[in-house]
Design a protein. Structure first.
Lengths: 429, 546
């Protein structure tokens, strides 16, 4: 008994100061989670927008903004808590019936989205929040209406998860269109376009259920936990819908390296496959998710992408990582990759079937840990670049409908080849 | 026994409001009367009441519960005689209970002889005692107050073939205060009652005395001039008497009614009351602290009067549209509970008959800055009857016992001026004075207790207020101070238990003594003072430096 108590004490990850703040807030209806790290330039206007969204969409509800900060050195937390509702009111003619709290906690000295999300989930559970939304400080064009679009279906209609859809350029979100969306859809059977979204709404009960899972202590909960959250909702048969938010503009930032992004996304997806095997192994085909507003909108303005460099990185990767690929991939797949790596720029083509088999073989090898899992994810990077080249070429002159048709075709290919993954999985020992 | 001579008596008073008709019937005609009221003065004294506010008891066609007066210089025969009133006055004073009566300055009944004369001919000497017009287009800026029944502030008089001005019901023509004879006559009316011994007037509808084109005809400077003149005459001739303003206005607009201490002694704080209900429902102190922050300082001799419920609807004029919608949705789901811009319900039904909430609301009433007014029957948690029209549902007979007619009258039940509340929860067999007197922990005895504690110190009636703003917004906390005396009040507006940390460093070294049980709490130190509070609990601590 004593041992259990000590373990529980050790597991506590919320500071006393944060707990004190939560006590003062008390039970809430609406909780807005805002993970930050050095967002001082934009956070003030984002908090204003969030407050406006709460006052417009949920004027009578008890609401709180929870800022989980990853060690900002630019005063971000102070800016979050310093924004007054009175600053919002004069310009927007909004009036708050209630006290609207903004509280902040520093969960670590460096940003970890998983810990930030866990902190927000813990706050939601302690405050018994009915509907929660995670907002990204990286969004440059948050609108007050986003709050209603992401929270409304949960608070008013009893849904458990609302993921966004956006108006995107046809060459934006290539990892989503070429891997995350088609693979989650094929495996879990639900067509969630943005399964790893920067902002999404969720119910308190879903948050509590996820908070109680083991992923936080097994090392898989730190990266890409938001994707795991979506997958857990699908696997748990929670009620899910999508809500169209419009265009999404990120604040200016350096382009993220591909490998860390793959770790957070593809790594999280692969990690989920083993515990979720009983769920996805019996799913055939896929169903559309209910969506409010437009399904998805595609922008077609010309965009310069250096296809040549991408193809060179693919070819170099295939050559340099041959021994790694031999551990991960089947001989047939390795041979095919080597064949297309030699193709000229105009002839280059990484076909959908080969791409799907590549991904599935990576997933199976990841599960078997044939080599270090992190190395497996790193090895996927050059191959993904090769697939991107083909996607860019195929859709170079495509209309919005044409792009969507191509994405749909890839999704169907993932669904068609799902037995191949199952076969690999059964022989994973 | 002579009354104490403190000129500021109204600051310490506990006022009890009622209509004589509703209280007790001594002659078995089904209508309460002065003699019946006199018989119940011991009850009021025992409760701790120090002033009565009697609603209009003048002769009247009673189309607006007596606010349509047909003769200012006597009493309605249903309630007794002028002599009965004099006797009541004397008996009340013997018990140290003052008597405040209603005075409707703004308008009369259309049955008043003055109006009958005025309408009779355009040449009549009293023609100009009322506001007449050949058109109904003047004073367009004035709002219509009784939206549910009136479509204009002008009414056509077929006798004099002119329109007359009325801010309330069309059977209540407004007096013309631009006429010096009217002003003189109304002072004479007040003098009549003051000479008899009444201790003060609740002056009804004072913002509307004067009309001017291009204005909203409310709160005009000319109105204040008239009121100041009345006050001057009062002070000169009857020192120690009191004027209480009924002006349903925002605090900033109310402030001029205090003048420099030379207009009204007291005024109702109308905007606070709905916000107390709102704060309770929202479980958030914001509406209360916000309106009190907007409340201006008033002269030292002046006082706010506070109330939870009264004879009218719970008025929602002084709230925003959003707040009004919220109040309707949360306190008056059924449209039959709504009247004009308000909710026609009593305290207990509004609070779901929840004893803890009733105690908390009364606790705030007694501890916020001002003089509390208790509406008759709320001290025992009486219910209402929304099936009775207008505001009559909150004006039913007082429930004295579980016997015939609740002890109100010996008349046959069908002869009562209004039926008693009879439902199983609030009906007189369940809710009555006799029963609650016998029960140590009844609401009635609790009310006696809190009134007694309030009266044990002058700090609540006369002290300053300093709000504490603990991070827990469900807690409304403030310190009342008067001289060396300080009382800490902490209210939990929440339906659940709460912890709160109070910054009491200014009072370091003081020992909080809980005023009801007189128990000591830990001494105040440097660290935040932690209190845990049950649902809807409140504390009053005397801060003692020992």
């Amino acid at each position: 008994m004593l041992r259990t108590e000590i373990e529980l004490a050790e597991e506590s990850f919320l500071t006393d100061d944060f707990l004190r703040q939560l006590i003062n807030v008390g039970e809430v209806d609406i909780l807005v989670g805002l993970p930050t790290h050095n967002n001082a330039k934009t956070i003030g206007s984002i908090v204003h927008t969030i407050q406006s969204g709460i006052l417009r969409g949920f004027p009578r509800e008890r609401a709180v903004i929870i800022n989980a900060d990853g060690g900002s050195r630019d005063g971000t937390p102070e800016l979050v808590t310093g924004v007054s509702i009175d600053d919002v009111r004069p310009s927007s003619n909004l009036y708050a019936l209630r006290t609207l709290h903004s509280i902040s906690t520093k969960y670590a000295s460096s940003p970890e989205s998983g810990i930030a999300f866990r902190t927000i989930l813990a706050a939601a559970e302690l405050l018994r929040a009915k509907a929660c939304v995670l907002m990204s400080p990286e969004s440059a064009n948050i609108e007050p209406e986003w709050l209603s679009k992401l929270l409304g279906p949960i608070y008013r209609d009893g849904l458990d998860l609302v993921t966004p859809t956006y108006r995107r350029h046809k060459f934006e979100g290539l990892l989503i269109t070429n891997l995350l969306y088609p693979m989650t859809r094929a495996l879990y059977g639900l067509r969630i376009r943005e399964a790893y979204a920067p902002e999404f709404g969720f119910s308190g009960r879903l948050g509590s259920q996820f908070l109680g899972q083991n992923i936080w202590n097994d090392g898989t909960g730190e990266a890409g936990v938001e994707l795991r959250f979506t997958l857990a909702a699908i696997a748990g048969k929670y009620r899910i819908c999508q809500s169209f938010l419009g265009e999404k503009i990120h604040v200016e930032r350096h382009a993220a390296d591909l490998v860390p992004v793959l770790r957070q996304t593809v790594g999280a997806l692969f990690s989920a496959l083993e515990p979720d095997f009983p769920v996805w192994s019996v799913v055939a085909g896929s169903q559309p998710a209910p969506t409010t507003g437009a399904d998805q909108e595609v922008l077609l303005e010309p965009l310069r992408v250096n296809r040549k460099r991408l193809r060179e990185m693919f070819s170099t990767g295939v050559a340099e990582l041959e021994s790694v690929f031999q551990s991960i991939l089947s001989p047939t797949t390795v041979a095919e990759l080597q064949r297309i790596a030699l193709m000229g720029e105009e002839d280059f083509h990484y076909p959908a079937e080969l791409w799907v088999k590549t991904v599935y073989e990576f997933a199976a090898s990841y599960q078997k840990s044939v080599i270090s899992r992190d190395h497996i994810i790193q090895a996927l990077a050059p191959l993904f670049r090769g697939r991107v080249v083909t996607f860019l070429m195929e859709n170079r002159n495509a209309s919005a409908g044409g792009v969507e048709n191509n994405i749909e075709a890839l999704c169907l290919e993932f669904e068609r080849l799902k037995p191949y993954l199952l076969e690999l999985w059964e022989f994973r020992e | 026994m002579p009354l104490n001579r403190d000129a500021l008596w109204y600051k310490d008073a506990i006022i009890y409001q009622f209509h004589v008709r509703t209280f007790h019937d001594s002659n078995g005609d089904g209508i309460g009367d002065f003699q019946g009221l006199e018989e119940k003065l011991d009850y009021l004294q025992e409760l701790g009441i120090s002033a009565l506010w009697l609603m209009p008891f003048f002769p009247s066609p009673l189309r607006d519960d007596g606010y349509d007066i047909a003769d200012y210089n006597t009493v309605h025969s249903s309630y007794g005689t002028l002599e009965d009133f004099r006797k009541l006055l004397s008996s009340a004073h013997d018990r140290e209970i003052r008597v405040i009566i209603e005075m409707v300055l703004n308008h009369t009944s259309d049955q008043h002889p003055w109006f009958q004369e005025s309408r009779s001919s355009k040449d009549n000497p009293r023609r100009d005692w009322y506001v007449w017009s050949d058109t109904d287009t003047r004073y367009k800026g004035a709002r219509i107050i009784f939206l549910d029944t009136e479509t204009s502030n002008w009414a056509w008089d077929p006798i004099s073939k002119s329109f007359y001005w009325h801010r309330f019901f069309s059977h209540q023509p407004d007096l013309n205060y631009d006429n010096p004879d009217v002003r003189e006559q109304m002072w004479n009316v007040m003098k009549f009652w003051l000479e008899m011994g009444v201790d003060g007037f609740r002056l009804d509808a004072v913002p509307y005395l004067v009309e001017r084109e291009g204005t909203n005809c409310e709160n005009l400077p000319e109105t204040h001039t008239i009121l100041k003149e009345l006050r001057r005459k009062l002070d000169e001739n009857f020192p120690g008497r009191m004027l209480l303003a009924e002006a349903n206005q925002w605090p900033a607009d109310l402030r001029p009614y205090f003048g420099d201490g030379d207009e009204f002694h007291m005024a109702f704080h109308f905007p606070l009351m709905p916000r107390m209900f709102m704060g309770l429902k929202l479980e958030d102190r914001k509406p209360i602290t916000e309106i009190l922050q907007q409340t201006p300082e008033i002269p030292a001799s002046c006082q706010w009067s506070l109330f939870l419920r009264n004879h009218d609807e719970l008025t929602l004029e002084m709230v925003t549209d959003m707040e009004r919608d919220y109040m309707y949705d949360t306190y008056a789901e059924s449209k039959t509970m709504r009247l004009n811009l308000g909710i026609r319900r009593r305290l207990a039904p509004l609070l779901d008959n929840d004893r803890r909430r009733m105690e908390l609301m009364n606790g705030m009433l007694m501890s916020l800055p001002g003089t509390p007014i208790i509406y008759y029957g709320d001290e025992i948690g009486m219910g209402d009857n929304i099936n009775l029209g207008d505001r009559n549902g909150v004006r039913t007979p007082m429930q004295w016992d579980g016997g015939l007619n609740g002890g109100f009258s010996a008349a046959a039940p069908e002869r009562l001026y209004a039926p008693l509340i009879q439902d199983p929860v609030y009906g007189y067999p369940a809710v009555n004075v006799l029963r609650q007197r016998a029960s140590e922990h009844s609401l009635l005895n609790w009310m006696r207790s809190i009134i007694s504690v309030r009266k044990s110190t002058g700090v609540f009636g006369r002290g300053s207020i300093e709000f504490l703003y603990p991070a827990n917004h469900r807690i409304l906390a403030y310190v009342r101070r008067l001289g060396n005396e300080a009382v800490l009040v902490v209210n939990n507006l929440s339906s659940t238990a709460q912890a709160v940390e109070l910054d009491l460093r200014r009072y370091k070294g003081n020992i909080p003594i809980e005023m009801f049980g007189r128990n000591m709490f830990p001494r105040v130190g440097d660290v935040p003072y932690l209190l845990t509070m049950g649902p809807y609990q409140f504390y009053w601590f005397r801060l003692k430096r020992i």
